[in-house]
Design a binder for this molecule. Structure first.
Ligand SMILES: [Cu+2]
Length: 473
């Protein structure tokens, strides 16, 4: 087992250690050695060392699985196994995933590639892998019981098909799905077009991630798999803000973001400062005449969306799910509303019994973001993330698109906070405040009582009867 960083280093030095030429005939008849990644960082794009060239994607807080060429077949090795995933600094989850991580690595191939995927099951129960959205022989579709026998613990199965259709796909088990997806078994798949495609533009940056959700009680490590809707951690690639990396791009870059949803609800994904087009789904590229500008696109359960825009506005632009409960972390969901409640008297009485008692929320919940209250082990505050102007008061499905003139082509490193040009930041008014002039008008619309004097109302009631219908007034 080698880390991907070592692997990439070796590949760079040898100029393609994963190419078929570097693997002996004996080795080629064996399984490809699985590559394991345990770091939760966004790894640099994996530039293909063999096969047709393409512009690789960047998986947010993830990585792409290296392959080897074996007689013209791209061979991958996925290992389904329990993993420890850092969801944000200070919080680790005991999940199931592939090759050391949840989600598993992104698989990138080119339209027309013959692909062979070895799947080794190191889980305590059987599994299978379904290749969501792919055209393939029915027996390769990965539905346990329906199209294949389940992969028992300790066994390895082989899937083989031609990646016939370019686009945005994902993979996940089709065996004890409720458990295995709630535990984090999923991964991204991108099939690049083999040539210029009329509906698939070349882009400068191509990001991808999966929407997923967990129910992990503060202080514990393992998701509650029976939860149907009331999850407390809303994540992108099993990371929660402030643990989600920013999307760092160069001013003027054409950017594509691919998103897949394997949660139990829909997520309206919203980008600030730019309009985008939905250019494709897991069903393929969207016809040009069916694209219109949006700033939010809803990604329903089991759907994928790819959005594209030119990053032509410098700054730190929020990028998030627009369901406000999905930009909060654990502990924020089942708290009673206290706005306007003056419970100073009550608090005094309770404090005499419980000295650490705190009053929360009577001025809104923003105090929570800055509160330094002791948290149980292994959780993160419900909303947090320090920005240059204070707490961002966000959690969960939130990140930042950083657009910079100075970002070098191909450089994905995280720049400092945006330096706003003078006079372009919202500022405090320090002049005199005039008394607001409140309108004394009662309004003139239909429903205002002045316009509807009660005594002038006359109603004709018509009762449903078989013969004549008039029943007075
Ligand atoms: Cu959401």
């Amino acid at each position: 087992m080698s880390s991907r960083r070592q692997f990439l280093g070796a590949a760079g030095l040898a100029g393609g250690a994963i190419a078929a030429t570097a693997v002996s005939r004996v080795a080629l008849s064996a399984l490809p050695e699985p590559v394991i990644q345990t770091k939760p960082d966004t790894m640099p794009p994996l530039v293909p060392a063999s096969g047709r060239p393409y512009n690789p994607v960047v998986t947010l807080n993830g990585w792409t699985l290296p392959w080897r060429m074996n007689n013209g077949v791209k061979e991958f090795h996925l290992v389904a196994e329990p993993v420890v995933r850092e969801m944000a600094p200070g919080m680790k989850a005991h999940l199931w995933g592939y090759n050391g991580q949840s989600p598993g690595p992104t698989i990138e191939v080119v339209e027309g590639d013959r692909v062979r995927i070895f799947v080794t099951n190191k889980l305590p129960e059987h599994t299978s892998v379904h290749w969501h959205g792919q055209r393939l022989p029915n027996g390769m579709d990965g539905v346990g019981g329906l199209t294949q026998k389940a992969i028992l613990p300790g066994k390895t199965f082989v899937y083989e098909f031609v990646a016939r259709r370019p686009g945005t796909f994902m993979y996940h088990p089709h065996a004890d799905e409720m458990t295995q997806m709630a535990m984090g078994m999923m991964g991204f798949w991108v099939t690049h077009p083999k040539a210029k495609h009329p509906l698939i533009d070349e882009v400068d940056r191509d990001f991808c991630f999966l929407l997923n959700a967990y129910d992990i009680d503060p202080g514990s490590y393992t998701p509650k798999i029976m939860t149907m809707l009331d999850f407390n951690l809303w994540s992108w690639n099993s990371r929660i803000f402030p643990g989600i990396d920013s999307l760092n791009v160069r001013l003027g870059d054409k950017v594509r973001i691919r998103i897949g949803n394997l949660t139990m609800t829909n997520h309206p994904i919203h980008l600030h400062g730019h309009e985008f087009l939905v250019t494709g789904t897991d069903g393929g590229p969207t016809p040009a005449a069916a694209r219109w500008p949006e700033v939010t696109t809803d990604v329903a359960v089991g759907q994928m969306r790819q959005v594209e825009f030119v990053a032509d506005e410098e700054g730190d632009w929020a990028f998030h799910c627009h369901k406000s409960h999905h930009t909060m972390n654990a502990m924020g969901h089942d708290v009673p509303t206290m706005i306007g409640v003056d419970h100073r008297g009550l608090a005094r009485k309770i404090t005499s019994l419980i000295p650490d008692y705190m009053v929360m929320g009577e001025r809104g919940m923003a105090d929570m973001a800055e509160m330094e209250m002791p948290l149980p082990d292994n959780t993160v505050p419900m909303m947090t993330g320090e920005g240059p102007f204070g707490s961002v008061e966000m959690g969960g499905m939130f990140s930042v698109l950083k657009v910079r003139a100075g970002q070098k082509p191909g450089d994905y490193s995280n720049p400092d906070w945006f330096k706003h040009p003078a006079g372009t930041v919202a500022y405090e008014w320090t002049g005199a405040l005039a008394e607001p002039a409140r309108s004394a008008s009662g309004g003139a619309h239909m429903m205002s009582p002045q316009n509807m004097p009660a005594r002038e109302i006359e109603v004709q009631v018509r009762k449903p009867r078989t013969n004549s219908g008039h029943a007075g007034h």
